[in-house]
Design a protein around this ligand. Structure first.
Ligand code: FES
Length: 268
């Protein structure tokens, strides 16, 4: 199994000596979830790197609105424990086809009876209700969204239409955005070193820069964490990440997934 990332679901105020994850078996043959469900047993040792937080709670928020669908609930379990422990106002809206399909349904009901609402109705009705919730939030609310791509795209774009600032919108994807364009080679000059590197069609800019000895840091390699960001000085970028805001894209790019057209100049 290759590199996989999972949300820690621990209560951050407890269990400091262990990491807890929850993994839904989505059943794809090559997937990490099937591997964990069928081949990993109690007592096995799995190599893991230290935790990183790409989806943090924004403590400057006046109110926190968490929108989850399906197994997208996992990052919210520790966030809710943190918010409750810090006495910060929050509400969870959790969609699933049934109670059974909502992981941690009973735990959430028991621990957050006043903060949680569940949606088991048909898609159209659910959309109407959730959109109304988004329309009725106080100024200073931060929105956090996690679930399948279509769910996230629907509510992120609805929030943008309602005028929520980019910096108040936070999302975490299970997997990178789907890239449908064919990758073409391009070249890049890194301004600090003066080196020019060729990026082949089967290679990322991150790989090309690191092979050239230019130490760009990285973590997710999926365009979701922002660690591999560089400043763009010149040239046209094809952005494939799901992390940068439209404003940030005017001067930055994420080297693990985004590409250039022709020639780019960047500064690490
Ligand atoms: S390494 Fe995470 S966005 Fe590139």
């Amino acid at each position: 199994m290759g590199l996989r990332q999972y949300s820690l679901i621990n209560d951050p105020f407890q269990e400091k000596s262990e990491f807890t994850i929850a993994v839904k078996n989505v059943g794809t043959k090559e997937g990490g979830s099937a591997f964990l469900h069928h081949h990993v047993h109690t007592g096995d040792v799995i190599e893991a790197s230290g935790p990183e937080n790409f989806f943090p709670v924004r403590t400057e928020a006046r109110h926190h609105l968490l929108l989850a669908a399906g197994i997208g609930i996992t990052p919210f379990l520790s966030m809710m424990a943190f918010l409750k422990g810090m006495n910060q106002p929050f509400e969870l809206h959790y969609s699933g086809s049934s109670e059974h399909e909502c992981a941690f349904y009973s735990t959430i009901k028991e621990n957050y009876p006043d903060e949680s609402t569940f949606y088991f109705m048909k898609r159209e009705q659910k959309e109407r209700e959730l959109k109304k919730v988004l329309e009725d939030q106080p100024v200073g609310t931060h929105i956090y969204i996690c679930g399948p791509s279509s769910f996230m795209d629907t509510y992120l774009s609805y929030c943008k239409n309602l005028g929520y600032p980019d910096e108040n919108l936070h999302s975490e994807r299970f997997r990178p955005a789907k890239i449908t364009q064919k990758p073409y080679p391009f070249s890049v000059t890194e301004k600090n070193t003066g080196k020019t590197v060729q990026v082949q069609s089967n290679q990322s800019l991150l790989e090309a820069l690191r092979e050239e000895g230019i130490p760009v840091p990285y973590a997710c390699r999926m365009g979701v964490c922002g660690t591999c960001e560089v400043n763009v000085c010149n040239g046209e970028v094809i952005h494939h990440d799901t992390f940068l805001t439209e404003d940030e894209r005017k001067e930055k790019m994420l080297t693990c997934v985004s590409r250039g057209k022709g020639h780019l100049s960047v500064r690490v």
